[in-house]
Ligand binder design. Sequence first.
Ligand SMILES: Cc1cc2nc3c(=O)[nH]c(=O)nc-3n(C[C@H](O)[C@H](O)[C@H](O)COP(=O)(O)OP(=O)(O)OC[C@H]3O[C@@H](n4cnc5c(N)ncnc54)[C@H](O)[C@@H]3O)c2cc1C
Length: 404
Amino acid sequence: MINLEIPKKFRPLVSQANQVANEVFRPISRKYDEAEHEYPKELDMLASLIDGMNEGSEIGGAGAAGVRRDANGNGDGKNRNGSNLSTVLGVVELCWGDVGLLLSMPRQGLGNSAIASVATEEQLERYGGKWAAMAITEPEAGSDSAAIRTTAELDGDEYVLNGEKIFVTSGDRADLIVVWASLDRDKGRAAIKSFIVERDNPGLKLDRLEHKLGIRASDTANFTLQDCRVPKEALLGSPEVDTKQGFGGAMQTFDNTRPLVAAMAVGVTRAALEETHRCLEEAGVEVDDAVPALCQHAAAARLLEMEADYEAARLLTMKAAWMADNAKPNSLQASMAKAKAGRTCVDVTLGCVELCGSVGYGESGLLEKWARDAKILDIFEGTQQIQLLIVARQLLGKSSSELR
Ligand SMILES: Cc1cc2nc3c(=O)[nH]c(=O)nc-3n(C[C@H](O)[C@H](O)[C@H](O)COP(=O)(O)OP(=O)(O)OC[C@H]3O[C@@H](n4cnc5c(N)ncnc54)[C@H](O)[C@@H]3O)c2cc1C
């Protein structure tokens, strides 16, 4: 059983992250929602502060952590105890402030999690301290990442990458892009590997930035890779194409990153619930946790129902992170958490807009923004439907070809 209270050692981190969310993120939240594609320069100083927190801390910080595992999925003994859980707790607080700004934080990209999880000591030395985005999605490969067409061909001491990548979060601002490409398309999933590409590599051409419904503070870039040469050492993990292991190696990154996206959803959900609670009180609607929901005002009953969903999402997220910290295989729990938290965030933020009426829909507050920001959390790092598919496969013991 996990202890549901926040461990004492994490409390200062949670409190610091909440302070940042409240004092830095919230005041500039609307500004960068409106100024899409403008870099939130206020984050530079904050990022250095978080780097300092990460370095000085035994338990990890609020940013992108990775979990290092051996071939059997066990920890390699180099993980900081509780680093996933502490990251999840920090991310929840920061996204209570603003999820778009969290996604724009230098050096905290999903590519950083991948590097932290599988990079060799030499790679950590070479690429550590840089901001890394993650480029998996292509025009013909979204949910089905095994359909990736980008190729990586070995030429002497370099790999030559060719293909197209779309919807890369922080793709324009990051220093590095972790690109998924196939070493041999005839060998299927097992041949897909990730490569670290420097953002200023002349073979990496920025095609355009996307305009979006939500998370507008975060840049989303599309690229073409044209004879993009990277050193052999830029390949993350083993270059061996092991058809027995299949996709397992590359997919393991998701066991670490899905709880993080679930944590983002938990943070946004809590922000909306708290604001709605405040609005209802202001309107004279009392919400009483000690009285059955159906005996209360209909608006209070709806809020309590949404709070129960939030609590389930939060606990699943913490469990998935706790399992990763304790070297327990967590693919099932990571997908459960992502599915529950993503859907809850979309339902609850819209439910809160509904409960608060014109106050919820207008731009004088942030509820309408959170409802727009929420949707992506149920799409990237695997959509709702894909998470449910993974859960079903795991529970029924079916392979991806048996249940698709
Ligand atoms: C703002 C934003 C940021 C992003 N950031 C990144 C990033 O940093 N890096 C990156 O690599 N990608 C990123 N993505 C891409 C994102 O991961 C993909 O959009 C997502 O994986 C879905 O792929 P798709 O859009 O091609 O949809 P599709 O795969 O075409 O799916 C369309 C619909 O069909 C459903 N569906 C698909 N297959 C099945 C199935 N087998 N069973 C049931 N339903 C199914 C899906 O759930 C979805 O509802 C980002 C996307 C956005 C919008």
